[in-house]
Design a binder for this molecule. Structure first.
Ligand code: MN
Length: 236
C-alpha cells in the first residue's frame, strides 16, 4: 500500500506484565454516571446514560513511577479534572448483553477526562456539540492497562484523585449509576464496539479546576496509579 504521506502511528498503551501494547481504536466517554456528580452538574442524579467521544490521539500515557506532562490547553481558563475508571475492550461486538460483557473486557486503567469546562458550558448553552470542551490534545491521560483477570474486584474498588496532595475526588466504583456491564450493553446498541476501544466510564463528584504547576495523582485500587503535572501553555 502506498499512502500520500506517512500515516499517523497507532496509539499504543503499555499493559502491566506484558511486552505488547494495547492499540487504541476509539475513546468513548460516559456522561453523568455517578449520582452526586450528576447533581453537581445540575442534573437529577439518575438519567439514561449518554456518550461522547474523544479522538484516539488525545491519549496521554502516564507511565508508572513517572510524572507525565500535560500542557495547559489553549482557549480555556477553567480546565477541570475528572478521574475515571477506563475499560479497555479486547473483543468487539454489537448488541452485547450485560451478562456477556465481561467476555469483551481486556482490562482496566486509571484515566482522566480532562475538560475545558468553560467551553463545554458555552457550547451547552448554545445547544452546540461539546467537542471543543472534551476532545482536544492530551485530554485523555491514562495509566498502564491491567488485565481484567488481575483485578476481579474492580466493581468494588475505591477511585480517588489528589491534587497537590489534597484529596479532590474520592468514591467507589460501585456507586456508578450504570455499572460496567450495563454501560457496555448500552454503548454497543449505538456503536459496534471494536477491540482497542477505551471507555471512560464517568467521574464521581468533586470535579474542579487545575492550574499550571499542579500535580494530579489518580488511583483505582488494584490498578497502576496515574501521575501528571500541568505545565505552562505551549507557545503558539
Ligand atoms: Mn467524564
Amino acid at each position: 500500500m502506498i499512502y500520500s504521506f506517512t500515516p499517523p502511528a497507532v496509539v499504543g498503551i503499555p499493559v502491566v506484565d506484558s511486552p505488547a501494547l494495547f492499540p487504541v481504536h476509539r475513546i468513548y466517554c460516559v456522561g453523568r454516571n455517578y449520582e452526586e456528580h450528576a447533581k453537581e452538574m445540575g442534573g437529577t442524579g439518575r438519567e439514561a446514560p449518554f456518550f461522547f467521544m474523544k479522538p484516539a490521539d488525545a491519549v496521554l500515557y502516564c507511565a508508572p513511577d513517572a510524572t507525565a506532562q500535560m500542557p495547559y490547553p489553549t482557549l480555556t481558563s477553567n480546565l477541570h479534572h475528572e478521574i475515571e475508571l477506563v475499560v479497555a475492550i479486547g473483543v468487539g461486538g454489537h448488541h452485547i448483553k450485560a451478562a456477556d460483557a465481561h467476555r469483551h473486557i481486556f482490562g482496566y486503567a486509571v484515566g482522566l477526562d480532562m475538560t475545558r469546562r468553560d467551553l463545554q458550558n458555552d457550547m451547552k448553552k448554545q445547544s452546540r456539540p461539546w467537542c471543543i470542551g472534551k476532545g482536544f490534545e492530551h485530554s485523555a491521560p491514562i495509566g498502564a492497562i491491567t488485565p481484567a483477570s488481575q483485578v476481579p474486584g474492580i466493581e468494588q474498588a475505591r477511585i480517588a484523585l489528589e491534587v497537590n496532595g489534597q484529596m479532590r475526588q474520592n468514591s467507589v466504583i460501585s456507586k456508578m449509576i450504570w455499572n460496567i456491564a450495563e454501560t457496555i450493553e448500552q454503548l454497543s446498541i449505538g456503536w459496534t464496539l471494536q477491540a482497542g476501544d477505551l471507555i471512560y466510564s464517568g467521574t464521581p463528584e468533586g470535579v474542579g479546576a487545575v492550574q499550571a504547576g499542579d500535580v494530579l495523582v489518580g488511583s483505582v485500587d488494584g490498578l497502576s496509579d496515574l501521575r501528571m503535572i500541568i505545565t505552562a501553555p505551549t507557545a503558539a
